[in-house]
Design a protein around this ligand. Structure first.
Ligand code: CA
Length: 753
């Protein structure tokens, strides 16, 4: 079909379309099949509009290769925004010049290739001067957590990616990557602006960056990419929200709302970070800006309510590696941190990462004219090494903040101030006219002025008890039957009485199971292991239940709760409140929780529970043994629990490898007792509590009696370990490997604050 007939065809379609009153008129070439699309693209001339028909396009791989001109782009647009969906195994590749893509949605599926939208048709055809605007990628993930893909890859030069909404990337791989493999991808002057980067849950591994520009390999080349006016919301994939790995990038006027991690200048020089807003709202691990390398400028940013420490503090300047290889840490030189406004944030970290390898301290760097206010914490500064290469001048601290000290000497360049900032103000002008914080002339990016207006915003947080209450009568498999109809947030209410399950109860979504009477808890027994299987998308909240394993089949390796055997792309929660767990001992290695590889708990909480007569472990989370910095649970809380006659460990958690990209695992164990725990001969780690490679542990008010040891194996990072009121009777002493927490030291800390 030649160009004319395509037009004729589209006119016919127009006529057809205009007969149907529900369809709007289209000005261009309407296509509803891939073959039509291909023909239209082939015939496309500058100024043409190819219109993707409303509806669901399934398993479609579009190739948009054409050449527009500076005056007239070639357009591919949705017939109606919010009505054109690409589902199944679909993707889109663009290549050429002056192409414009607008208004399509990817959902309900995943890309069969390495990216969803690629601004490169093939190795010979990158995009130059192309634009992708008002597109949506929504939870477009494979089922395998560690299958890697990008959602968007930008190649070539002078491309614009703007007003898009990217939400719910859950597998490994960067959400949006600027690639620099070839010369023609460098000095690219791309603009990434006005996008809404939505929820990106914790990956539990390196490789969960929301945005990356370059890679270490090409990091000494200029990228010249500008990232401006974007909104980042709950981008928690890993500790680099943004990983800048190239030179001369600009990050200006972006908002980071409750994001775990930092904007990191991981590689490359001459980066400008200015006028950005960081709101932590006291959420865990929220960070700000991290400087590595040379000639970096971090000016006039606003940072508030950030709690992250170490590599994810509010402001971080790192140590480097002398003569660093390209993929390690270059020394910080000739860099500036100036006129930033830091409010109620917990940590400012200088010479962060200092260790035997990272021994090169920052040089010729300035930290000046910053205003740092804090009404909640006094010791904000951590100085890990010699800061004599940093010039400090005219920094203003609210009264009460301790001036930073290195080697017993107070650093010059800090003074008390009576400056206050109104609750809703994001900057302050000093009496001499100096502006501290962002220039508020430009609107601050938020959920309303970024992304698209026509696509619904989902709430991806797991919310228990937000749905219907469903009564479930005692009896055989009543729970199994009830679970078939539950929806997210529903609560199954059990009366006093016996509930026998002869079949595994699969948990497909966010469900609460609660005993109606706390004083006469319903009793749950089960023949087939496990009692509950968490399927992908499932989360479980148990309360006021008595669960017995006495009727379970006489096999080893049973469990009460088990994750899916297969990869879980969704993180899950398991909450257990006021439950009695008894007699998991028909055979050996009977666990309360058993997890599989490639599954990840956002949180596990045991509160006011008793566990007794258990032949295996209570919480067994040790399936990521590749030592790649991957692990099975982010937050583990045990509070007010009693463990009695447990053959394995009460808590066993393993994170191996020396990768520093994750926040967790984090563990809190408090007000709990352990009696005869860990003594089974099959308990190979010979511990009552076994925490390997954790990043945070707070253990307080614990009583251990006739039990095996508490074992902390600290291997990476700078773990925060808090121990208090740990009482041991006829129990091995605590064992820890690091010098700071050697067995001796730990013993000394026991019983003290
Ligand atoms: Ca990373």
């Amino acid at each position: 079909m030649n160009h004319k007939t395509v037009h004729l065809f589209s006119v016919l379609l127009l006529l057809l379309v205009s007969c149907e009153s529900s369809q709007p008129e289209v000005d261009g070439i309407l296509v509803s099949k891939v073959a039509e699309f291909d023909e239209a693209v082939q015939a496309a001339r500058p100024g043409d509009r190819i219109i993707l028909a409303n509806g669901i396009w399934t398993d479609v791989e579009l190739k948009f290769s054409a050449k527009g001109t500076a005056e007239d782009s070639i357009y591919i647009v949705a017939q109606e925004k919010g009505k054109v969906f690409f589902e199944g195994q679909s993707n889109l590749k663009m290549g050429g010049e002056y192409l414009h893509l607008e208004g399509i949605v990817f959902r309900n599926g995943f890309t069969p290739t390495s990216s969803v939208i690629s601004l490169q048709q093939d190795n010979d055809t990158p995009c130059n001067h192309c634009r992708v605007t008002e597109c949506v990628v929504d939870n477009y993930n494979p089922s395998e957590r560690f299958d890697t893909d990008y959602w968007v890859e930008i190649y070539g030069k002078h491309n614009r990616f703007d007003h898009n909404y990217l939400v719910g990337k859950r597998n490994r791989g960067v959400t949006l990557a600027v690639r620099m493999k070839n010369e023609r991808d460098r000095e690219n002057y791309h603009s990434i602006d006005h996008n809404y980067f939505g929820y990106n849950p914790i990956l539990g591994s390196n490789g969960g960056e929301t945005l990356r520009i370059g890679t270490s390999h090409f990091s000494l080349s200029n990228a010249n990419t500008t990232v401006a006016d974007n909104y980042f919301e709950h981008c928690n994939g890993e500790h680099e929200i943004i990983s800048s790995k190239s030179c001369q990038n600009v990050f200006r006027n972006n908002t980071f709302f409750e994001c775990q991690g930092t904007l990191t200048m991981r590689h490359g020089n001459e980066t400008l970070v200015e006028n950005n807003y960081f709101f932590g709202n006291r959420k865990a691990n929220t960070g700000g800006i991290r400087i590595i390398n040379e000639t970096q400028t971090v000016n006039n940013n606003y940072l508030s309510g950030l709690t992250g420490h170490r590599l994810r503090g509010a402001l971080v300047i790192m140590n480097g590696v002398p003569d660093s290889p390209i993929n390690r840490y270059f020394q910080v030189k000739d860099s500036k941190m100036e006129r930033n406004l830091v409010v109620d944030s917990d940590y400012i970290q200088l010479c962060a990462g200092s260790d035997e390898e990272r021994s090169a301290t920052p040089i010729n760097t300035t930290f000046r004219d910053n205003v740092i206010l804090n009404s909640r914490k006094k010791d904000l500064f951590t100085i890990y090494d010699d800061v004599s290469g940093i010039t400090f001048a005219n920094n203003q601290l609210s009264p009460g903040i301790e001036e930073p000290v290195y080697a017993g000497r107070r650093l010059e360049g800090f003074e008390d101030t009576d400056i206050t900032v109104a609750a809703d103000a994001k900057n302050v002008t000093l009496p001499d006219g100096t502006l501290i914080g962002p220039d508020s002339e430009k609107p601050m990016p938020d959920a309303d002025n970024t992304g698209v207006s026509w696509y619904p915003r989902q709430d991806y947080q797991i919310r228990f008890r937000s749905g219907n209450r469903i009564e479930v009568a005692p009896g055989e498999n009543t729970l199994f039957e009830a679970m078939k109809t539950v929806e997210d947030g529903d609560v199954l209410v059990l009366q006093s009485g016996d509930y026998l399950s002869t079949r595994t109860v699969e948990v497909p979504n966010t469900v609460t199971i609660i005993g109606a009477d706390a004083n006469a808890k319903p009793k749950l027994t089960f023949e087939r292991s496990p009692l509950f299987s968490l399927e992908n998308g499932g989360s479980l909240d148990l309360e006021n239940l008595r669960i017995s394993g006495a009727d379970a089949d006489d096999y080893s390796g049973n469990s009460v709760v088990r994750t899916s055997r297969y990869s879980m792309i969704d993180n899950y929660k398991l909450l257990v409140n006021s439950c009695e767990i008894i007699d998991l001992d028909v055979n050996h290695s009977f666990n309360f929780l058993k997890v599989y590889k490639n599954t990840f708990a956002d949180s596990i909480l045991l509160r006011n529970c008793t566990f007794s007569n258990i032949s295996g472990h209570v919480l067994n989370m040790d399936k990521e043994i590749d030592d790649a910095g991957i692990y099975n649970a982010e937050n583990v809380v045990v509070d007010g629990c009693q463990f009695t006659d447990v053959g394995g460990s009460a808590v066993k958690l393993y994170r191996g490898g020396r990768d520093e990209s994750t926040f967790g695992p984090m563990v809190w164990i408090s007000d709990s007792s352990f009696k005869n725990v860990g003594n089974d001969k099959r308990n190979k780690n010979e511990s009552a509590i076994h925490l390997h490679g954790i990043q945070y542990a707070d253990l307080s008010n614990l009583t251990m009696e006739d039990s095996r040891k508490m074992h902390l194996h600290l291997i990476v990072g700078d773990p925060v370990i808090k121990l208090s009121d740990i009482n041991m009777k006829n129990t091995e002493t605590m064992y820890a490997n690091s010098s700071a927490y050697s067995a001796e030291n730990v013993t000394q800390r026991i019983g003290s604050d």
